[in-house]
Design a protein around this ligand. Structure first.
Ligand SMILES: C[S@@+](CC[C@H](N)C(=O)[O-])C[C@H]1O[C@@H](n2cnc3c(N)ncnc32)[C@H](O)[C@@H]1O
Length: 361
């Protein structure tokens, strides 16, 4: 079973994901430049086939795909399939509203055909050797399945942030091992599926939230979520077993982990050439606004919205029935907003965006 049902729908993710766009667009120039070298599709194919994986409601995915279509159109008038994938539980209605806001396609280029695909990034999504460009942004950090392992002392499979210590919050190196194995295996599944789907010469751009030597994208966001949940446990509004069992099912990798399967698995090493790999501490729109206006309340509101868009579906699915208070989920995000306003330094947030550009051999 996938570890998330998708993002908070009904336009909420679109309205609260400028940070993800900042993290993906920084790497688009790699692919825009590489598109010029794509081998022409064979005559029987008659189209360029693009697939974005983990597109959510689509605002960011449509933006990135449009940029790639513009690059393709500089050299070719061939028809284009623009395919958008996400888990079957995703809000695809919102995606189609974004694609056809007035009944006409929002993509201005000629001869572009769009379609949605429901399926997991870790499995096959399209026929063999049919794709010329595949992309994924801010998506495959979510585990394919939850490892059979416990993590009673924190909500994220990562060493807790030394900048936000709290009594009882701890994770040992041994506890992390099953999650590290799972994260590696997930990437192997992802790369194998794309190796089957990409035509020779095809390009794969993989970008995810990750970590570098100093920061992790998981810091700040998971610290404030963990603190809010523990405050609720201490106030008897949540049972302690809930905190001990809850895991936010994401891996924050470094660049070595991102390309490890290509370097260590023989069939993947012969399927792909690594063109680029990099980690960037990207601009975070709500931090930039805070620096400019010093408005803590506005910063906390945007930070909470950003966090809520990708955590609420996971949290809502995990909360036990029969809690002592109505609307516990609303209250948790209210508490998060309060903590952020009171302790902005404790929850400092850096978006470490990691990416690699690969060519299918
Ligand atoms: C944070 S959103 C990213 C959306 C968009 N790509 C962006 O950068 O703004 C992550 C998306 O990945 C999707 N996702 C998570 N696990 C997935 C999987 N195994 N297969 C496909 N999509 C997945 C989620 O449903 C969600 O829509």
């Amino acid at each position: 079973m996938p570890t998330t049902t998708g993002m908070k729908g009904g336009g909420y993710y679109d309205a609260n994901s400028r940070e993800q766009r900042s993290a993906s667009q920084i790497f688009l120039p790699w692919l825009e430049a590489a598109i010029a070298d794509l081998p022409e599709p064979p005559p029987h194919q008659q189209s360029w086939n693009l697939l974005d994986i983990g597109s959510s409601e689509g605002a960011n995915a449509i933006y990135t795909t449009e940029r790639l279509i513009t690059a393709l159109r500089e050299n070719s008038d061939l028809p284009i399939w623009a395919l958008f994938d996400d888990l079957p539980t995703n809000d695809f209605n919102q995606m189609f509203l974004n694609l056809f806001p007035t009944g006409k396609s929002v993509i201005p280029a000629n001869d572009v055909y769009t379609a949605a695909i429901g399926g997991s990034a870790f499995g096959r999504l399209v026929p063999p050797a049919s794709l010329h460009v595949a992309t994924t942004f801010n998506a495959i950090g979510f585990f394919e399945t939850r490892p059979i392992a416990v993590l009673p002392g924190f909500i994220l499979p990562m060493r807790p942030n030394p900048q936000a210590p709290r009594e009882g919050v701890q994770v040992s190196e041994d506890e992390l091992i099953p999650f590290q194995k799972q994260a590696h295996q997930d990437l192997c599944h992802f790369y194998r599926a794309r190796a089957a789907e990409l035509a020779p010469g095809g390009k794969l751009l993989v970008q995810i939230f990750g970590r570098n030597e100093t920061h992790s994208t998981g810091h700040g966001i998971c610290d404030v979520l963990s603190d809010a949940l523990l405050d609720f446990v201490e106030a008897d509004m949540l049972p302690r077993f809930f905190y001990e069992n809850f895991i936010f099912p994401a891996s924050y990798r470094n660049t070595a982990e991102l390309i490890a399967p290509i370097e260590s698995e023989r069939e993947l090493a012969s399927a792909f050439r690594i063109e680029q790999v990099e980690a960037r501490d990207v601009p975070v729109p709500f931090n930039d606004a805070f620096t400019a206006n010093e408005d803590r309340a506005a910063w906390a509101k945007s930070y909470t919205g950003f966090l809520r868009a990708f955590t609420e579906p996971v949290l809502a699915a995990a909360l036990p029935d029969g809690l002592p208070q109505e609307n516990t989920i609303e209250k948790i995000y209210h508490r998060i907003d309060r903590l952020l306003q009171d302790y902005p330094d404790r929850y400092e947030f850096h978006f470490i965006s990691i990416a690699t550009l690969l060519t299918r051999l």
